[in-house]
Design a protein around this ligand. Structure first.
Ligand SMILES: N[C@@H](CCC(=O)N[C@@H](CSC(=S)NCCc1ccccc1)C(=O)NCC(=O)O)C(=O)O
Length: 210
C-alpha cells in the first residue's frame, strides 16, 4: 500500500510538482480527488489547517501547504542539496518559483481575459532571472542549485510547462531555460509521467483556464 496520499481537486494545480518528484524518484502514491461539492458540503475544509487543499498524508503525518509538502519529500529523499548552504539556496530558488506561481494563479483565477496579453508580455522580465541563475551554474547549467536535482527544480519545471501551454513560444529567447525544461522533462520517469493519461487528462487549473 503506498505510504503517500495526495488529497486534492482533480487538477494539476499546486500538486503536479510533487507528483513529478514522486514519479522521478520511483515512489508510489495514491491520489484522492475531491469534487468542489464534497469540499463545500463535507467537513474536509473545516478540518483543513488553512481551510485549503492539497493535503498530503505520509503515514500518521498530515501536511497542508504545497511547498511544505515539497520540502518534506525533499528532506526524506535527498532532494535538498549537499549541505546547509545548498538547502538555503534551494529555499531561495523555490521562493522565487512561488512568487511567479502566485502571479500565474492571479492571472488564471482573477484576471484571465483582461490580463492575459499583459501577463505574457511581462514573462521575459520574469524568466530572465531564472535564465541568469542557470547561466551561473559551473555544472553546465544543470539545476537551480548544485549538480543534483532538488524539489525547486520540479516546482519550476512544472510551472514552466504550464506557461508553455499559456504562451507556447515563451521560452524561445531563453536557451538555458528551454534546455533545462527539455532535459528534466525527458528524464525517463518524468517523461513517462507527463505522457500518462492520468497527467494528460488532469486540467491544469480549477476553472478550466490555461
Ligand atoms: N498556500 C496554499 C494554497 C492552497 C490553495 O490555494 N488551495 C485552493 C485550491 S488550489 C488553487 S491553485 N487555488 C487557486 C484559486 C482557487 C480558489 C478556489 C478554488 C479553486 C482555485 C483551495 O483549497 N481552494 C478552496 C478553498 O479555498 O476553499 C498551498 O500552497 O497549498
Amino acid at each position: 500500500v503506498p505510504e503517500y496520499t495526495i488529497v486534492s481537486f482533480n487538477i494539476r494545480g499546486r500538486c503536479e510538482a510533487a507528483r513529478m518528484l514522486l514519479a522521478d524518484q520511483g515512489l508510489e502514491w495514491k491520489d484522492e480527488f475531491v469534487t468542489i461539492d464534497t469540499w463545500l458540503q463535507g467537513d474536509l475544509k473545516a478540518k483543513a489547517v488553512f481551510g485549503q487543499l492539497p493535503v498530503f498524508k505520509d503515514g500518521g503525518l498530515t501536511l497542508y501547504q504545497s511547498n511544505a509538502i515539497l520540502r518534506h519529500l525533499a528532506r526524506k529523499h535527498g532532494l535538498y542539496g549537499k549541505d546547509l548552504n545548498d538547502q538555503s539556496c534551494i529555499d531561495m530558488m523555490n521562493d522565487g518559483v512561488e512568487d511567479l506561481r502566485i502571479k500565474y494563479l492571479q492571472l488564471i483565477y482573477k484576471n484571465y481575459e483582461e490580463g492575459k496579453d499583459a501577463y505574457i508580455k511581462s514573462l521575459p522580465a520574469e524568466f530572465k532571472y531564472f535564465e541568469n541563475v542557470l547561466g551561473q551554474k559551473k555544472y553546465g547549467n544543470g539545476f537551480l542549485v548544485g549538480n543534483k536535482i532538488s524539489f525547486a527544480d520540479y516546482n519550476l519545471v512544472d510551472l514552466l510547462c504550464n506557461h508553455l501551454v499559456l504562451a507556447p513560444g515563451c521560452l524561445a529567447e531563453f536557451p538555458l531555460l528551454s534546455a533545462y525544461v527539455k532535459r528534466i522533462s525527458s528524464r525517463p520517469r518524468i517523461q513517462a509521467f507527463l505522457s500518462s493519461d492520468a497527467h494528460k487528462n488532469r486540467p491544469i487549473n480549477g476553472n478550466g483556464k490555461q
